[in-house]
Design a protein around this ligand. Structure first.
Ligand code: HEC
Length: 174
């Protein structure tokens, strides 16, 4: 190993070590792929650690976390429904779905079982922005219905999703 390091840093020429039969010809060839694989394995294994280190834990009691995750799956379900309705140019129903399940009128549903009480301040702020974005979407969708303006509705939909992404980037539940 020490000889490989000496070669690597060009302290000793490979030919010298080969001559002295200290080092096999193949040593230089094997060293780099092995090192590269080790570095790659290390990086891949570090990804979850790095991802978790960047996101703050919401530190929720387990029953609250379970309820929150259930709400989250509901959120995804709602987005799917909205997208499907927009694809069918059913703007009015897309607006109603958004308002009922994600908009400002849904805040009580989302905060039942005291979920809201346990959320860190930052999460509550993003949550509020998400509900507001959903209400804004509902208004835009109703506007968009007048001239089948899908672009306008999709732009407003992306504003809701922006809040999903923002919170997921900053927080984790475990
Ligand atoms: C205020 C913060 C916040 C907002 C806003 C938010 N989420 Fe989440 N969501 C979380 C957290 C925290 C988790 C847990 C992530 C983790 O621990 O890795 C999560 C997890 C999820 C999960 C996984 C659920 C499970 O059972 O594991 C889904 C799906 C999800 N969110 C969808 C959404 C969608 C769709 C939106 C937007 C409409 C959204 N979320 C908005 C905080 C948020």
């Amino acid at each position: 190993m020490i000889y490989k390091t000496l070669i690597k840093y060009k302290t000793l020429p490979l030919s010298y070590l080969q001559e002295k039969k200290i080092c096999k010809t193949t040593a230089g060839k094997f060293y780099w792929p092995k090192a590269l694989i080790s570095v790659l394995v290390f990086l891949v294994l570090s990804i979850p650690v790095i991802a978790n280190a960047e996101r703050q834990s919401a530190e929720l009691p387990s029953h609250v976390s379970k309820q929150l995750m259930s709400n989250m799956r509901g959120n995804l379900d709602t987005l799917e429904k909205i997208t499907h309705l927009l694809a069918k140019s059913n703007y009015a129903e897309a607006a109603d779905t958004a308002e009922k399940h994600l908009g400002m009128s849904s805040v009580e549903i989302h905060y039942q079982k005291f979920v809201g009480k346990y959320l860190p301040k930052g999460m509550r702020q993003i949550s509020k922005q998400m509900h507001q974005a959903a209400t804004d979407f509902a208004l835009s969708a109703r506007e968009a219905e007048k001239n089948d303006d899908l672009k306008k509705a999709l732009t407003a939909l992306s504003q809701i999703m922006k809040q999903c992404v923002a919170c997921h980037k900053l927080y984790r539940a475990d």
